[in-house]
Design a binder for this molecule. Structure first.
Ligand SMILES: *C/C=C(C)/C=C/C=C(C)/C=C/C1=C(C)CCCC1(C)C
Length: 238
């Protein structure tokens, strides 16, 4: 079998590689720290580790797939997100549980995240001609999540869950508003006419590469960042 080498200017393959390593390292860190974590925060930290661990396995696969074929591993990208984004919703539920969050809220968050991802997948794959329409539907579901964590039930519960939970929820809300907003940018770059018919990158291969790099950077920021906020919360007094 031929040994595939990452060319020095292949930023797509490189970010898949470094993403794999970063997700693995973060998972080891979160899992090993479980032993030093009070029972109250252990489940939240475990979920942080599961998020980066699931991503690590997907990145390992996507890294190899991309290196061998040069293509974008879109299907497994979305499999990863469909597993990890709902787990990020679980984090909001877990940290506000003390303040009385109900399972209904968890299902609202999970449902919105699934709508966001499934419609995004349609726009990227089976119905690329209508990528703008799918992107808009996906964006609406995204803004519903933003609403819930900034002004809706999550925000209200966090206010009554103690200063540390309120602070952590605010930081996570910033991740959702700014960190998650990087993804639609990748989508716009990668799909034909993704920005209301405007083609930002005309060469299809270059467009796909730009999209993968943006997604890879966003995943590292959001998955590891989310986990570190939970970790910091787990070290706090309340
Ligand atoms: C770990 C993975 C995460 C946090 C993935 C988040 C993905 C999104 C917030 C994706 C959002 C999209 C839109 C808001 C519109 C265009 C289609 C998507 C799916 C890229």
């Amino acid at each position: 079998m031929e040994h595939l080498k990452i060319a020095a200017d292949n930023y797509v393959a490189f970010t898949f590689f470094i993403g794999t390593m970063a997700m693995m390292a973060a998972s080891v860190f979160f899992f090993f720290e479980l032993g030093n974590t009070s029972a109250k925060w252990r489940t939240s930290l475990l979920v942080s580790g599961l998020i980066t661990f699931i991503a690590a396995v997907h990145y390992y696969y996507m890294r190899g797939y991309n290196l061998e074929t040069g293509d974008s591993p879109t299907f497994f990208r979305y499999v990863d997100w469909i597993l990890t984004v709902p787990l990020m919703c679980v984090e909001f539920y877990l940290i506000t549980k003390k303040a009385g969050s109900k399972q209904g809220l968890l299902w609202k968050l999970i449902f919105a995240s699934l709508v966001m991802l499934v419609t995004g997948y349609f726009g990227e794959t089976i119905d690329r001609g209508n990528s703008v329409l799918w992107g808009v539907i996906s964006g609406a579901a995204y803004f519903y999540i933003v609403y819930l964590v900034w002004f809706g039930e999550v925000a209200k519960l966090a206010q009554t869950a103690g200063a540390q939970v309120a602070k952590a929820t605010k930081v996570l809300a910033w991740f959702v508003l700014v960190g998650w907003a990087i993804y639609p940018l990748g989508y716009i770059l990668g799909t034909p006419g993704g920005l209301f018919g405007i083609q930002l990158v005309s060469d299809p291969a270059a467009a796909t590469h730009a999209m993968d790099i943006v997604y890879n950077i966003a995943d590292a920021i959001n998955k590891i960042g989310f986990g570190l906020v939970i970790y910091a919360l787990s070290r706090s007094e309340d």
